[in-house]
Design a protein around this ligand. Structure first.
Ligand code: WT7
Length: 636
């Protein structure tokens, strides 16, 4: 973007914030235009564009076809085995219409919840848009999550249908998804589910029961025409579960008009999208918010051409991503710092052999990007000529909140810098008082968002109290993000990581409490404490400390094996991303006199630091014992 248009966005947002947002919303197609912008009278429950009506699928598809962009490529799909498929907007619309009719045929109605448990393939995008098209509410569950995690999400949302696939391809092999669905539904454990729609991807054998229907059969029978109607702007669009500070993931609810406004505005401006010429690629899986906002809704409402890739960066070799960028001439690339650090460690040769001259804008998301990784991204991947946008946001914020805008000002390695036009943030101390800034910057404090924004979460599914308590009670009137931050001498924002019990592993969000509950579900485990320990590649890694039950000590297969078995247990219970890097069996956990586990001390141990102040411990010898054990090498 030339600096003028970036700057004019800041100016117009500053002169009239609500008029600015109304303008952004009007860039979408409204079945019925809105007249009201924001109602904050029932804070923290906001409504945006309340009297308008809109259809998300229409904005992602029909609109482009109607306005003459039907032959533009929407998806360039690269399967892991090397198979490819291309969908124009016209073709994607045709499939989505059939899928919408198939859903209606299965009795899915506006407001019903549909779980989607899929690999990264075009049908996943089609399924999402088909659900949205008929006003149903999707709940995408990342395909790497376990059947237990899928079951609890299905039950919490009371989903009527699951859309899944026989499996997908990963690291050179086919893995199964349908069998995990079967397992989740076994023994009537998800009574709300009426049907399972199964996409054939890998052609592996799957068990089809009377409630299971092949996607291709259902679409073959479905009517080709489907007219999208408008839904109220505040009609629920999706639920996406994310980890919080308790053992139970929360269903973050996003609604239609405000969410679409946020994602299309940010996708266009943060990435400086030129939809006619750019080829965009975001490496996130649709199972995460990044996939929802910057693979599905943002790029498609903006009429972008994008790559989607099924597999991991290392399959068949670490050349794969760079081959894909060169092959499709990707110009905007969006990925996580973890991936950059992995490639840094391997060495630049793996990147250097490819023609990446098409790249223009590079995005980063999920965790702070350290300056070394930022420079490497810019020089080695971006050839020193690309803009880097370090984008801070969350599942709850729906769209990017803090990020540079290309060309608007000079970027700075390691800092996400400034709130986007239309977004107001602050940094406060314990008491909610804005941190003092001096010419040298500020102290670290808590990041808050100080005014409502269109794509903000509208609640926690089924738990309005939790929504208020978690986000709004700590600093009344402000949204509490859960991150620490500080201002530097230029007033730029540096994100300092989570200050709660949420940890980030390779950009994925996990809850220490959730992993602890999974551990204590095992019959050997009496107590567990989990911390996020610093990791060179993944930013944080899961380290668990467990106390065994006496009976386990009698029949368990030795400590090293126990640790191994418990690590696999966690992946079975939650998913492979939650598998602890290390499990230490300990005799006791460090607790305060009031019985609270002192994770700070465990973190010291896990990160190999001398253990800090133990004076508040009920029994100060506990840490000595743990430390001694660590140094004797008796760990996992
Ligand atoms: C948490 C939200 C938003 C998409 C992916 C993650 C951390 C995210 C950055 C960044 C520093 C970041 C924060 C935030 N985070 N982006 N650019 N710099 N930290 O979504 O899983 O909801 O996690 O990710 O800690 O709170 P999420």
């Amino acid at each position: 973007m030339d600096s003028n248009s970036g700057n004019s966005l800041y100016q117009s947002a500053q002169s009239d914030r609500l008029a600015f947002w109304a303008d952004q919303a009007r860039a979408l197609h409204w079945h019925r235009p809105f007249t009201k912008t924001l109602d904050w009278s029932n804070a923290p429950f906001a409504t945006w564009f309340e009297d308008g009506q809109i259809n998300a699928s229409y904005n992602a598809l029909d609109r482009h076809v109607i306005e003459g962009r039907g032959n533009r490529i929407a998806l360039l799909f690269e399967g892991e085995p090397g198979d490819t498929q291309t969908y124009t907007y016209q073709e994607l619309l045709a499939e989505t219409k059939k899928a919408a009719n198939a859903l209606l045929g299965l009795g899915i109605q506006s407001g019903d919840r549909v779980a989607i448990y899929m690999p990264m393939i075009p049908e996943t995008v089609i399924a999402i848009l088909a659900v949205a098209r008929i006003g149903a509410v999707h709940s995408v569950v990342f395909g790497g999550f376990s059947s237990d995690s899928l079951r609890s999400r299905i039950n919490d949302a009371q989903a009527k249908l699951v859309i899944t696939a026989d499996g997908g391809f990963r690291k050179g092999k086919a893995y199964g998804l349908k069998e995990a669905v079967d397992h989740a539904l076994a023994d009537e454990s998800c009574p709300s589910i009426e049907n399972v729609l199964v996409v054939q991807r890998t052609k592996q054998d799957v068990l089809m029961t009377s409630k299971d229907i092949w996607w291709h059969d259902a679409l073959a029978k479905a009517d080709h025409e489907h007219i999208a109607v408008g839904f109220d702007a505040e009609h629920p669009l999706f639920i996406l579960y994310t980890s919080g500070t308790t053992g139970k993931p929360k269903g973050i609810l996003h609604t239609t008009g405000g969410y679409l406004t946020g994602v299309s505005y940010t996708h266009k401006n943060v990435f400086d999208l030129k939809a006619e010429t750019d080829v965009y690629w975001c490496t996130a899986d649709v199972g995460w918010i990044t996939g929802h906002s910057y693979v599905v809704y943002g790029p498609l409402t903006n009429g972008a051409t994008q790559v989607i890739y099924e597999g991991t960066p290392d399959s068949p070799s670490f050349e794969r991503w760079w081959q894909i960028i060169a092959k499709y001439k990707v110009s905007i690339f969006y990925t996580a710092p973890t991936a950059i650090r992995t490639f840094m460690k391997i060495g630049r040769e793996i990147v250097d052999g490819h023609d990446l001259s098409s790249l223009r804008v590079l995005g980063s998301v999920g965790e702070p990007i350290n300056p070394e990784a930022w420079h490497w991204y810019r020089e080695v991947v971006g050839g020193g000529r690309c803009e880097i946008v370090d984008t801070w946001w969350q599942t709850e914020t729906g769209s990017i909140m803090i990020s540079p805008i290309p060309g608007a000002f000079k970027t700075k390695p390691g800092s996400a810098q400034r709130p986007l036009p239309g977004i107001t943030v602050g940094i406060v101390d314990e008491n909610g008082v804005p941190v003092k800034t001096t010419p040298k910057g500020s102290e670290a404090g808590y990041l808050t968002i100080d005014e409502p924004w269109p794509s903000m979460l509208r609640g926690v599914w089924g738990d309005p109290e939790r929504f208020k308590e978690t986000y709004w009670d700590r600093f009344p009137g402000k949204y509490f993000a859960g991150d620490g931050a500080r201002f530097d001498e230029d007033g730029d924002i540096w994100l300092l990581g989570r200050i709660d019990d949420v940890i980030k592993v390779s950009g994925h969000r996990l809850s220490t409490a959730e992993i602890e509950s999974a551990l204590v579900e095992h019959r050997w485990v009496a107590e567990a404490a989990v911390v996020g320990a610093k990791d060179e590649i993944t930013e944080q890694a899961v380290v668990a400390f467990v106390i065994l039950r006496q009976d386990a000590l009698d029949d368990a297969p030795g400590e090293a094996n126990i640790a191994k078995i418990l690590r696999s247990w966690v992946s079975e219970k939650i998913g492979a991303i939650a598998r602890p890097r290390q499990i230490m069996v300990v005799a006791e956990l460090p607790k305060t006199r009031s019985g609270k586990i002192m994770r700070r001390l465990l973190k010291d141990v896990a990160e190999g630091r001398p253990v800090g102040d133990v004076t508040t411990l009920a029994d100060s010898s506990v840490m000595k014992a743990i430390d001694a054990k660590l140094h004797s090498g008796a760990t996992d």
